[in-house]
Write a protein that binds this ligand. Structure first.
Ligand SMILES: Cc1cc2nc3c(=O)[nH]c(=O)nc-3n(C[C@H](O)[C@H](O)[C@H](O)COP(=O)(O)OP(=O)(O)OC[C@H]3O[C@@H](n4cnc5c(N)ncnc54)[C@H](O)[C@@H]3O)c2cc1C
Length: 445
């Protein structure tokens, strides 16, 4: 008999939401969550390290209708959870105004085209607004702008900002409190290795070993590291894309996104309120390639090197990525943003100032302690990077690698895991209860 039915490695939003879902909707008796650091969600899921947006797919101009439909369904599960488990006055999932801003004729055309019939059916409340209405809703987006500069925006009727760190805490806490299931959450428990057994896995953390019928790695960038340790490679590598934020006094009421560049996996720089400090705004994230698996943890560089396949297909993939003029331009621009003295001015001119034209250099401050890493996955078979995350499923084990905007889809990802665990181990999935509380399960699932 194993020590646990399910062992989850990683206490970010992916691991903690899975612990909650498994404890409530899966017929298992013993769950263990192992987290390397001293608190839940200390890396990318921490409130300071991401943009705190609940992505629905409406203002993400690079999402087609199908992708937007999936994103919306995933986001709605979080809203349902917040209403039923956190209460409508909670400080974790808060409603806020949200729009995507187009500057110049070309971008305005992108927005108008976006409101196709299908997109409108999916988001009936999404509408195009002109300068006058933008000026009422976000005065600082119009103030100081050259009168000849054309702008428009798509305004969403519902938007949310989320403290994903606090949400992770709430998942962990509620998992622990479920009846009829024992949920152990061990902090400061760094998993060093994992071994396959006849009918499960043994996971080693410090001087302890835990056997599990099923294991899920929700360790962010480190999930691929462990997949490779077991020989489950599937020809993937990771480029760690860092993202910094700048802080300003509060100038925007809600979230102001920018039109997304086609084929680029990460969102263009946007302006957001800060859920943990209503007096400020944040502008970002920037894009930088960092040689580490965890932001501000330079000691993870060696594991980064170990996770990267230095073979011909990877090199060709990198070459293909760099052949794109758009990608080269983004990287070059962002390298400049990291330079002392001129970096901030360039960021103001090219990014933040495009959203708030009256923003002054003196009001912009690099938030040094903010920002995380988006694991951008290179698929050697495709010889390019893939848009979105990776879920590697093998016998009695899953590896989740979750880039941006993965926090928004944590409950959807967790549902997929539950269905796979149920199928693999025979543990009953309480589908009716799940659907009643968190919305429909896809008929094909
Ligand atoms: C700049 C930026 C902006 C973003 N903005 C948004 C946004 O607005 N909306 C959105 O939905 N998403 C956003 N994202 C993406 C989102 O933050 C991530 O998708 C999400 O946090 C991933 O959660 P995770 O739990 O998979 O990973 P993480 O939060 O990185 O958690 C992984 C956990 O695993 C633990 N771990 C690692 N190795 C081990 C080990 N050996 N043993 C034990 N534990 C281990 C780590 O300590 C960590 O706690 C953004 C990301 C970035 C970087």
């Amino acid at each position: 008999m194993h020590d646990y039915d399910l062992v989850i490695v990683g206490g970010g939003i992916t691991g903690s939401s899975l612990a909650y879902l498994a404890s409530r909707y899966l017929d298992v008796k013993r769950i263990l969550l192992l987290e390397k650091y001293g608190s839940i969600a200390s890396l990318n899921s921490n409130a300071l390290n991401n943009s705190q947006t609940l992505h629905f797919g409406d203002i993400e101009t690079n999402y087609n209708v199908e992708h937007a439909r999936k994103t919306k369904r995933a986001a709605e599960r979080i809203v349902r959870y917040a209403h039923s488990e956190l209460g409508s006055r909670n400080r974790i999932v808060q409603q806020c105004q949200k729009m995507v801003l187009a500057v110049g004729e070309e971008e305005i055309e992108v927005l108008s085209e976006r409101l196709s019939r299908d997109m409108h059916r999916l988001f009936p409340g999404l509408r195009e607004i002109g300068k006058k209405e933008i000026s009422k809703l976000e005065p600082n987006v119009v103030k100081g702008r050259h009168p000849d500069e054309m702008i428009s925006a798509l305004l969403a009727d519902t938007g949310y900002m989320v403290n994903y760190g606090a949400l992770s805490d709430s998942f962990a806490e509620k998992a622990r409190k479920q009846r009829n299931v024992k949920v152990d959450i061990l902090l400061n428990s760094k998993v060093e290795s994992v071994r396959r057994n006849d009918d499960g896995y043994t996971i080693y953390a410090g001087d302890k070993a835990y056997s599990a019928s099923f294991a899920v790695f929700a360790a962010g960038t480190y999930s691929l590291y462990f997949a490779k340790m077991l020989g489950y490679d599937r020809n993937l590598s990771i480029i760690s894309v860092g993202g910094n934020f700048y802080e300003t006094p509060r100038l925007l009421k809600g979230k102001v996104y920018r039109v997304q560049i086609e084929g680029i996996p990460f969102a263009a720089v946007h302006g957001d309120p800060e859920i943990t400090n209503p007096k400020i705004n944040r502008f970002g994230p920037t894009v930088s390639v960092v040689p580490e698996l965890e932001r501000r943890h330079p000691e993870t560089w060696l594991d980064y090197v170990r996770t990267f396949d230095f073979d011909e297909p990877t090199i060709v993939s990198l070459k293909n990525i760099l052949l794109s003029k758009t990608i080269r331009e983004i990287l070059a621009k962002n390298i400049v943003y990291d330079l002392p003295l001129i970096g901030k001015r360039q960021f103001l001119k090219n990014e933040a100032g495009r959203i708030v034209p009256g923003l002054r250099n003196a009001d912009l401050k690099l938030a040094k302690e903010y920002g995380g890493v988006r694991p951008q996955i290179i698929d050697e078979d495709k010889r390019f990077w893939i848009l979105g995350g990776a879920k590697l499923k093998f016998a009695n084990i899953i590896f989740n690698i979750t880039p941006s905007p993965g926090a928004s889809s944590c409950l959807e990802s967790g549902l997929e895991d539950l269905l796979y665990i149920s199928k693999s181990t025979g543990a009953h999935f309480y589908r009716e209860k799940f659907e009643k509380e968190l919305g429909p399960v896809d008929a094909s699932a």
